[in-house]
Design a protein around this ligand. Structure first.
Ligand code: UDP
Length: 256
């Protein structure tokens, strides 16, 4: 890992220069943060599980024609992705009220929304990812009208697809966050889905018990984070027999 040229280190991932032009290696760490990194921790094996869950979901999204940055998984914690210029807008899709919308608007957690709600946030740790309107995106030139329309359109398609995928394994998709990027292909610039899709950036509730199977376990000190993430992976048919802690320890030794 250390021999590679590091391009960027974020809260949960590191990006390294890829083997070919226009490629990047995305490395999934075990670090967890919440409340704009005020709360920090390590969840042993999280990077391994999120790498596999994100691989699976991006693969299924490719199958239904949603352009995305995923090329292939390289190892337990690494995947090869297309290099994009990240659009500094986070797209949040909500099916049920939870998290920040409850605090902002006084809505009770668990209230089903009559139709999916798409919100935009300005991607800025410094300002705490504030909610913004489409007008802000245009006025400050964070994305153009076509890009906004594409992100909105893809976000709703991802929501429809993932809601069905998770419903099929007894999980309610409450909300999630997406990031998009600009991918340059010769003269063309296309908008593609980037980042990751994992229990770090989704709210997932067990349909029968209402149990939280996502990062809220960490945010709210509920414990059992890795068991929950592994349960999501297991129901998706990923890493069914793996001992994640053992894999994570082995990988950490290899990487050091
Ligand atoms: N989310 C995320 N990264 C962020 C903000 C939100 O992945 O920087 C995800 C979060 O996990 C949840 C959804 O987006 O699934 C909506 O988050 P919310 O706005 O409720 O904010 P939070 O509760 O994280 O403060």
């Amino acid at each position: 890992m250390s021999r590679r040229n590091k391009l960027y280190e974020g809260k949960a991932k590191i990006l390294f220069e890829g083997p070919e032009p226009n490629t990047i290696i995305q490395y999934f760490k075990d670090d967890a943060t919440a409340f704009n990194a005020e709360k920090k921790g390590t969840l042993t094996g999280k990077g391994v599980i999120n790498n596999h869950i994100s691989e699976y979901i991006f693969g299924r999204l490719s199958d239904i024609g949603i352009p995305n940055h995923f090329i292939k998984r390289l190892s337990m914690r690494e995947q090869l992705i297309k290099a994009v210029e990240i659009i500094p807008v986070e797209i949040i899709v909500r099916n049920i009220a939870a998290g920040s919308i409850c605090k902002r608007l006084g809505i009770e957690e668990g209230t089903p929304l009559p139709h999916p709600l798409v919100e935009y946030c300005y991607k800025s740790d410094e300002f705490g990812d504030p909610v913004i309107a489409e007008e802000h995106i245009l006025v400050f030139d964070w994305a153009n009208e076509i890009e906004i329309e594409e992100m909105h359109h893809y976000a709703l398609r991802v929501n429809d697809f993932l809601s069905g995928l998770f419903a099929g394994i007894g999980i309610k998709l409450v909300d999630f966050k997406l990031e998009f990027g600009r991918y340059y292909e010769g003269e063309d610039c296309i908008t593609i889905l980037a980042d990751e899709i994992s229990p770090d950036g989704c709210r997932l509730w067990d349909m029968e018990t209402g149990e939280k199977l996502d990062k809220d376990r960490f945010r709210r000190d509920l414990g059992g984070e890795m068991e929950a993430y592994q349960e999501v992976a297991k129901r998706l048919g990923i890493l069914p027999n793996a001992d994640i802690t053992e894999i994570a320890d082995h990988q950490a030794k290899k990487d050091s």
